[in-house]
Design a protein around this ligand. Structure first.
Ligand code: GTP
Ligand code: SPV
Ligand code: MN
Length: 579
């Protein structure tokens, strides 16, 4: 148990409400992990995969209605609706609590209630924050073990500091009609019911480290972002750290682990984080970043030897696979992996291509970050890593160039605020529709976007050593619907230019939308992108951009009076430069 009275009382109240048969305080030990895994094999929640090829690997099949985040059922429950903003669903906190109390009432009968103390961030970092998740799902416990610093060490920190985020979770009966993911940022509380999947259920991740943390970060002067953190080491041994925000399933994991192209001899890539970044301005005026997570919950489809070999290398032992297919010899399989043909699909049915893919498009792997060959020990650094650049990007078939650099911090904030991307299978809804997704935080910002943009703008005067802000797009397509840029490892060519710009080592072409590479300044040795394609990837279509910037203006205006004037001024400056 614990010496923290608040935690003791809360756990007792939850037990009273949910009526579990057993209670278990998680220690975070390996033995505990193994016992739970074995128990889940017995219950059928886990299928043990091929022990020779994939020792310690398990497959979990979730309920077919429960395969992704549910933005339409995710709520920010602040006392004022305006504080949640048009970017969020809002519910009155009293109404939400009443609804959830009904759902949770008696929901753990016959089940075990697990208490999971966890720490987001290195256990001894002043930037880290703790939480406690109560859940009735052993699947959640084992995932939290891989994804966070979980158990005794976190509990000790909570007892020392006396504060923690309260997260209550039950899979309930998985009935989508009773599924709700509620956030009470004013009370530092989360309540999630009716889903066992990823961001809905692993409450340390999107619920705590983004929605609640972004709310706290605003009042405390820091930033909680949907960003990867990667270190790029050049042949001279200098490492530049970069953070990048791409929407869900738009390339963060891949960029965080990329392998340099063959002609980049002596270059190394260090993975610090692949999904979430907490950052603040340090005493030296630079922006310092930590990855609050300890593992990866990554998209399986598309992960292959030629796209993300680092990811593949960490997935042949001690990993959990959710909703992938299986081969005849019981190995995990997903679309894009290789040309073997699986025998079983993600629902456990015989694989039939007529019935859809073998792996669900949002099928995922869970793995501890220490298994990643490019894992950086700086992921454990209490102070974090200093950032040279911040990158925004989305999935845009048309218009948006391969890379551009903002003129100023505020212009960079406009890049982030105006971000748009095609929707993906990471959320249960239509896929492939372009929507605005400011800073890749549309599903994750715990407060009004207008106030969030204003918060970002406050940093412009914080120091003269802030990272430069860029925008990238790996996803331009040609008339035949084919990607124009090779992407993946070759994205280092773009990062190379970005780092040179940060170091003042290369000139650029000034355009109305920002600085673009001069022809010849992107290193294209060893790849075969036709000159006309490169030209198209770096062109600024003035007429189309006029329409885009006007649409961005309408988007900013849709947030009403709360939209910061400085952001509108930036949008108007670009509009004027285009006309
Ligand atoms: P979340 O975990 O949902 O936040 O996603 P993520 O941003 O980490 O996305 P991830 O890196 O897993 O990529 C998702 C999909 O995009 C995968 O199918 C990748 O194969 C594909 N992808 C990633 N990078 C590139 C790229 O440079 N070019 C192209 N064409 N596809 C890419
Ligand atoms: C995302 O959807 O951005 C993810 C997966 O990283 S989840 O943890 O489900 O949010
Ligand atoms: Mn994500």
């Amino acid at each position: 148990m614990t010496t923290n009275q608040e935690l003791k009382t809360w756990v007792a109240q939850v037990a009273q409400l949910t009526q579990p048969e057993n209670m278990h305080w998680c220690s975070g030990s390996k033995v505990e992990y193994q016992e739970l895994a074995d128990q889940m094999i017995t219950s059928g929640d886990f299928i043990e995969l091929n022990k020779e090829t994939h020792p310690g690997c398990y497959l979990h099949r979730s309920d077919p209605s429960d395969v992704a985040r549910v933005e339409h059922l995710t709520y920010i429950c602040t006392s004022s609706e305006d504080d949640a903003g048009p970017n969020n669903n809002w519910m009155d906190p009293g109404d939400a609590r009443a609804k959830m109390e009904q759902n949770f009432s008696g929901c753990m009968q016959g089940r075990t209630l697990y208490v999971i103390p966890y720490c987001m961030g290195p256990i001894d970092s002043p930037l880290s924050r703790c939480g406690v998740e109560i859940t009735d799902s052993p699947y959640v416990v084992v995932n939290m073990k891989l994804m966070t610093r979980m158990g005794d060490q976190a509990l000790r920190r909570i007892e020392r500091e006396g504060s923690f985020i309260k997260g209550l979770h039950s899979i309930g009966d998985l009935n989508p009609d009773r599924r709700f993911i509620m956030h009470f940022p004013e009370d530092l509380e989360i309540q999630s019911f009716g889903s066992g999947y990823g961001g809905n259920a692993l409450l340390g991740k999107k619920c705590h480290a983004l929605r609640i943390a972004s709310y706290q970060a605003r009042s405390e002067g820091w930033l909680a972002e949907h960003m990867l953190i990667v270190g790029i080491e050049n042949p001279q041994g200098e490492i530049h750290y970069v953070a990048a925000a791409f929407p869900s399933a738009c390339g963060k994991t891949n960029l965080a682990m990329l392998i340099p192209p063959a002609n980049y001899k002596g270059w190394k890539v260090w993975t610090v984080g692949d999904d979430i970044c907490w950052m603040r301005v340090g005493d030296d005026g630079r922006m310092w970043a930590i990855n609050p997570e300890a593992g990866f919950f990554g998209v399986a489809p598309g992960t292959a030897e030629n796209t993300n070999p680092n990811a593949l290398a960490m997935l042949d032992h001690d990993a959990i696979f959710t909703n992938v297919g299986v081969t005849a010899d019981n190995q995990p399989w997903w679309e894009g992996l290789d040309d073997r043909v699986p025998v079983t699909d993600w629902k456990g049915n015989p694989y039939d291509p007529e019935q859809g893919p073998a792996a669900h498009p949002n099928s995922r792997f869970t793995v501890h970050m220490s298994q990643c060959p490019s894992y950086s020990d700086q992921a454990e650094a209490p102070a974090g890593v200093p950032l040279s650049a911040i990158i925004f990007g989305g999935r845009r078939e048309r218009l948006v160039p391969l890379v551009m650099e903002s003129r100023s911090w505020n212009h960079g904030v406009l890049y982030g605020a105006a971000m748009a991307s095609e929707t993906t299978a990471a959320n249960i809804d239509t896929v492939g529709v372009v929507r605005r997704d400011s800073m890749a935080m549309k599903p994750f910002c715990g407060y009004n976007f207008a106030d969030y943009w204003a918060h970002w703008l406050t940093f412009s005067s914080a120091s003269d050593k802030l990272p430069k802000i860029f925008h990238v797009n790996w996803f331009r397509k040609d008339q035949n619907d084919k990607f124009m840029w090779p992407g993946f490892g070759d994205n280092l060519r773009v990062l190379d230019w970005i780092i040179k710009r940060c170091a003042g080592e290369v000139d650029a072409v000034e355009t109305a939308i920002g600085y673009l590479p001069q022809p010849g300044d992107l290193n294209l040795d060893g790849i075969d992108v036709p000159a006309a394609t490169m030209e198209a990837l770096l062109e600024v279509d003035r007429e189309a951009w006029k329409a885009e910037i006007s649409d961005i203006g309408k988007y900013l205006d849709s947030y009403g009076d709360r939209t910061p004037a400085a952001l509108k001024a930036e949008q108007e400056r670009v509009a004027a430069a285009l006309s």
